[in-house]
Design a protein around this ligand. Sequence first.
Ligand SMILES: NC(=O)c1ccc[n+]([C@@H]2O[C@H](COP(=O)([O-])OP(=O)(O)OC[C@H]3O[C@@H](n4cnc5c(N)ncnc54)[C@H](OP(=O)(O)O)[C@@H]3O)[C@@H](O)[C@H]2O)c1
Length: 325
Amino acid sequence: MHAIVLERYGGPEVLTRAECADPQPGDGEVLVELRAAALNWHDCLVRQGRYPYALPRIIGSDGAGVRRDTGEEVIIAPSLNWGDDERVPGPEHELLGDLRDGTYAELVAIPEQNLRPKPAGWTFAEAAALPLAGLTAHRALFARGQVRAGETVLVLGAGGGVAGIGIALARMAGARVLVTTSSAANLEHARELGAEAGVLYTDAAWPERVRELAGPAGIDVAFDSVGSTWNDALGALRPGGRLVCFGATAGASCEVDVRRFYFSQQTILGTTLGSPADLSALLRLLDADRDWRPTIDRVLPLDRAGEAHALMEARAHTGKIVLAM
Ligand SMILES: NC(=O)c1ccc[n+]([C@@H]2O[C@H](COP(=O)([O-])OP(=O)(O)OC[C@H]3O[C@@H](n4cnc5c(N)ncnc54)[C@H](OP(=O)(O)O)[C@@H]3O)[C@@H](O)[C@H]2O)c1
């Protein structure tokens, strides 16, 4: 089969096409003929060597394709071996494409329990764009953030892949959504996804602006993949509000006004990926809103994975970048 094999860490140019042996499915696993794989920021971090996994490795966590044994069209859940505790993944938990070969390939071997039917009417590109971002956003909003209908959610960095899906899922659940983003075009796109309004985080006074937009009820939940702006995000939240964090795009450390935090009775929640139960809940929510699809920025052939990574690093995208086989 053809695949993009990471043989050394580096820039997007290290992603080149190679001819590889077909993967051999183990017990309880099946072969999927991939039709599409979607990029996530995590793929760039792996390629850069931020997580020093053993190489060579076929990277990629998100995919959709056709089961070779049954011909069924499927999506692949990228969260492997979650374990028995719904509250937290166990020690065997891993992301597809980290410790075992992933989806930048024509074929992938995957535990059967990680396959779900492709949502009816979706293209393979749309289906590949869903799993990692959808699972992460769903767990962050509902299992961890406990977002309820009528609450107000602030999505930070609305132009991101997970953020865009987060806006849509929060709206489907009946929440009101406000956003921060970096450009007027991204703000317009967030509105199209269902956000009511937003502010540019390039304005240093964005926490105050966003509180004005929220009105007297305030913001209940901040949906945060930015990381380093916790102090501002907590400042934007109402007393008693929850900040749920799953990323550190702008940096992994920050200073927080601890007194304001505890006097405000706020909560900071960490989350990562999602369990099989989170995936089922995500698919049930989407089943109730059959018109929604993930936003696809563009689809490129698998051979152009390096170009796709360069686009992602240049932040020259809105929505998901997808590779087609
Ligand atoms: N823990 C997990 O399970 C998990 C799962 C998925 C993703 N993640 C993490 O979540 C983050 C987002 O992933 P992604 O795939 O959605 O990446 P992405 O598509 O590259 O989105 C990142 C977004 O971050 C925003 N941003 C960057 N700097 C910012 C700042 N200073 N203030 C506010 N927003 C800022 C930008 O929003 P604008 O375009 O609006 O400016 C950008 O579009 C990454 O750090 C990723 O590693 C974690």
